[in-house]
Design a protein around this ligand. Structure first.
Ligand code: ZN
Length: 201
C-alpha cells in the first residue's frame, strides 16, 4: 500500500514475530490490469529458502517504493503472502510477513468506517478515500510456517485489509464508486512520467 503522507521517523518498531527478511533485490512493481493482480493467489504450503528470498525481495521493493505494504502479486508472483512496515493510529511502527492471510473485522456497534485516503503501489501516484473498518485483525502463517496474528487501527488497519485484498485478487479500485475510480485514474495518468515500467527497480 502507498501512503500520501510522509510519516515522521519512528523509533519504536514492533516485530512480534521477528524482523523483516533483508538482503533482497528490488523488483519492478506489477500494475493493475496484469492477470496476477486480479485472481486469488495460491496458498503457501512450502516454507523454504525460496519463500524467504521472495519475501526479502518484497521488502526491498516496498522500501524502494516508499510503501507501507506489498503483496507477492505486486512483484508478479502468484503466492498468497504480504509484507508490511506500517504505523498505527498512535504512530507506533509494526512490521511483519503474513502468508495465507485471513481477516477478521469488527461487526455491529464496533464497526466504524475510516474513509481516509488510500493508494496502491501497483497504481502509483494516485490517492482517494476508501471506506474500510477502522480496526482489523489478520491471522496467517509466518515464514517458518508458524501462526502469526497482527491487529491494529489507523493506517495499519487499512494496510492489513488492503494487502489481504491483494492475496484474494482484489485491488482497492474494485471497492470505489465509478466517480472515485475516475478521480484516481486522472491522478495516476497525470503522474505517469514519474513511474516508468520498471519502477522502483
Ligand atoms: Zn496495493
Amino acid at each position: 500500500m502507498a501512503t500520501g503522507s510522509s510519516e515522521p521517523a519512528q523509533e519504536t518498531v514492533h516485530a512480534p514475530f521477528g524482523p523483516l527478511p533483508s538482503g533482497g533485490s528490488v523488483r519492478p512493481i506489477t500494475r493493475w490490469g496484469m492477470p496476477v493482480m486480479h485472481t486469488a493467489q495460491q496458498k503457501v504450503t512450502v516454507f523454504d529458502d525460496a519463500l524467504r528470498a521472495l519475501a526479502a525481495d518484497m521488502v526491498a521493493t516496498m522500501e524502494a517504493a516508499d510503501g507501507v505494504g506489498l503483496a507477492a502479486c505486486q512483484v508478479g508472483e502468484d503466492v498468497a503472502m504480504f509484507v508490511f512496515d506500517c504505523p498505527d493510529e498512535a504512530g507506533e511502527r509494526w512490521v511483519g510477513v503474513v502468508c495465507n492471510p485471513v481477516l477478521t473485522l469488527p461487526e455491529g456497534k464496533d464497526r466504524r468506517l475510516d474513509d481516509s485516503d488510500e493508494g496502491c503501489l501497483s497504481f502509483p501516484g494516485a490517492f482517494v478515500g476508501c471506506a474500510r473498518p477502522d480496526y482489523a485483525t489478520v491471522d496467517g502463517l509466518g515464514l517458518d510456517g508458524e501462526p502469526v496474528r497482527f491487529s491494529g487501527d489507523g493506517l495499519l488497519a487499512k494496510c492489513l485489509q488492503h494487502e489481504t485484498d491483494h492475496t484474494n485478487g482484489t485491488v482497492f479500485g474494485d471497492r470505489l464508486s465509478a466517480r472515485a475510480r475516475k478521480k484516481l485514474q486522472k491522478q495516476h495518468d497525470a503522474a505517469v512520467d514519474e513511474f516508468p515500467a520498471d519502477w522502483p527497480a
